[in-house]
Design a protein around this ligand. Sequence first.
Ligand code: ADP
Length: 320
Amino acid sequence: STAYKVAVLGAAGGIGQPLSLLMKLNHKVTDLALYDIRLAPGVAADVSHIPTNSTVTGYTPEDNGLEKTLTGADLVIIPAGVPRKPGMTRDDLFNTNASIVRDLAKAVGDYSPSAAVAIISNPVNSTVPIVAEVLKSKGVYNPKKLFGVTTLDVLRASRFLSQVQGTNPASEPVTVVGGHSGVTIVPLLSQSKHKDLPKDTYDALVHRIQFGGDEVVKAKDGAGSATLSMAQAGARFASSVLNGLAGENDVVEPSFVDSPLFKDEGIEFFSSKVTLGPEGVKTIHGLGELSAAEEEMITTAKETLAKNIAKGQEFVKQNP
Ligand code: ADP
């Protein structure tokens, strides 16, 4: 079918509002359900006046709002949480966001166990394993339907590379793999159109892609982190998930998923190119040919990722 219910959890936030707007503009969406602990009915009323075909509803925790939001959802997008303040890393968000995401995952397990779930709440390297553990404990975990959204790293890589080269970002695709914070973000520039950048340019570009979020946190000066670019990234990823569910061909997005790539090294989740299909993940692609610098970055990324993943899993064990 091409009728899809999409739920946004945390829809009244800095990311949630523009993300809800962008999902309202997606013609595959027929039912858009917005949930937040505050203001979601207001955001829903506002967005609902935009003349596309979807019905928009907004819920708070009152009157079983979360159950109503999730029931029948094909795709659940989760940006709920607290944003980064200057000087905070994504990992500093862990304690608050871990509990929020755990509780929302429980509701997904209860009310929309077969939905695709796209996690935006940071730190994604840990929140995705948290959702997996919660869904496992409810016996409804489907690794093909759980995604950490890393698309903002892909958008930044493409934009920053195009700025350095003076080209159109639309024709500068860059694959970004690994995870979604700092050194776990590994742009594969050797696979772009510019494999021979001067070392200074290359190093600065990699650093900007890995720490681009800090530019926004600093510029917003206490008022939050990337919201508008993150909403665009989330909407693009969500659109690809829906295109996959609809059976379109060659829908490929990098995403942080339950991955076989480095499982033998104890790393259960990894981001690489994923072909999306009617069941969610269709194919998880390997990394392809890497430069020596990229090999080294992958090694570094894996060390941090292993810890981030374990931290999420441990949180659910200690705080079920
Ligand atoms: P960001 O910039 O990451 O979007 P915000 O603080 O602006 O950060 O937005 C996060 C949103 O998540 C807020 O609107 C907040 O009310 C919401 N939120 C927090 N906890 C929950 C929860 N348990 N369920 C749903 N939404 C939540």
